[in-house]
Design a protein around this ligand. Structure first.
Ligand SMILES: Nc1ncnc2c1ncn2[C@@H]1O[C@H](COP(=O)(O)OP(=O)(O)OP(=O)(O)O)[C@@H](O)[C@H]1O
Ligand SMILES: [Mg+2]
Length: 215
């Protein structure tokens, strides 16, 4: 199958921007695909996301956070990802299992092996075939996310994760890089500090090379 492509990286690294650009590019090439995201890739996941990202939920403990993300993933895999893969479509997914290891294991300090066990249960062993890791200094990503929030909603609209301290975001970034070095065949690290257009060209080229390899 080899058609499951995930987008990972810290806040504001450009995942959603590049997912949309890549989707448009591949649709232009008549490649059947869906675009989706975690945790809000299903109606149930959107409601779970509202709980997770609500910045008034400052007392949410890491265990609750972890299990909410897992609940959203279990639903997403069964309702959206597996059906699309079974229809032979490419699935471009904004964040997936690696985000749980980066945020809840490396960032929050929860147990890696426990996360692996429950993730296998929720993700039904579905594993990305290609993961694009958008890497950049966390300060740059947070500045971008801050400007986006100011344009979209109100200047103080940062969600619960964006409001975390720099140290947390740096642990997440290092967590991603560590996962990547343990599974280098699956990852492509993208220098996300460049312009949107430069990155889009790079991503398009790499993903087309991956798709052509499968053919
Ligand atoms: N390469 C870039 N250079 C400058 N600005 C960018 C770049 N890519 C995206 N942006 C802008 O930065 C903001 C964050 O981008 P985007 O929402 O795509 O990031 P994200 O990784 O999806 O963030 P999040 O983790 O919060 O979902 C947006 O306003 C977007 O327009
Ligand atoms: Mg995004």
């Amino acid at each position: 199958m080899n058609k499951f492509i995930t987008f990972e990286g810290v806040e504001g690294s450009g995942k959603s921007t590049q997912l949309k650009r890549l989707g448009e590019y591949l649709i232009g090439k008549n490649i059947p695909l869906i675009l989706t995201q975690e945790p809000s890739g299903t109606p149930i996941g959107r409601k779970i996301g509202d709980i997770l990202f609500d910045r008034s939920h400052q007392t949410m403990c890491p265990e609750t956070e972890l299990l909410l993300f897992f609940a959203a993933r279990a639903q997403h895999v069964r309702e959206v990802i597996l059906p699309a893969l079974n229809e032979g479509k490419y699935v471009l997914c904004d964040r997936f299992s690696d985000a749980t290891f980066a945020y809840q294991a490396a960032g929050r300090g929860l147990d890696f092996d426990f996360i692996k066990t429950v993730n296998d249960y929720c993700a039904k062993q579905v594993k990305p075939d290609l993961t694009l890791l958008f890497d950049l200094p966390v300060e740059t990503g947070l500045q971008r996310a801050g400007r986006r929030d100011a344009q979209l909603k109100d200047p103080s609209a940062a969600d619960r994760f964006e409001k975390e301290k720099i140290d947390f975001h740096n642990r997440v970034r290092q967590g991603y890089l560590k996962i990547c070095s343990s599974d280098p065949g699956r990852f492509q690290v993208i220098d996300a500090a460049r312009s949107v257009d430069e990155i889009a060209v790079d991503v398009g080229r790499r993903v087309m090379a991956f798709i052509n390899q499968q053919a």
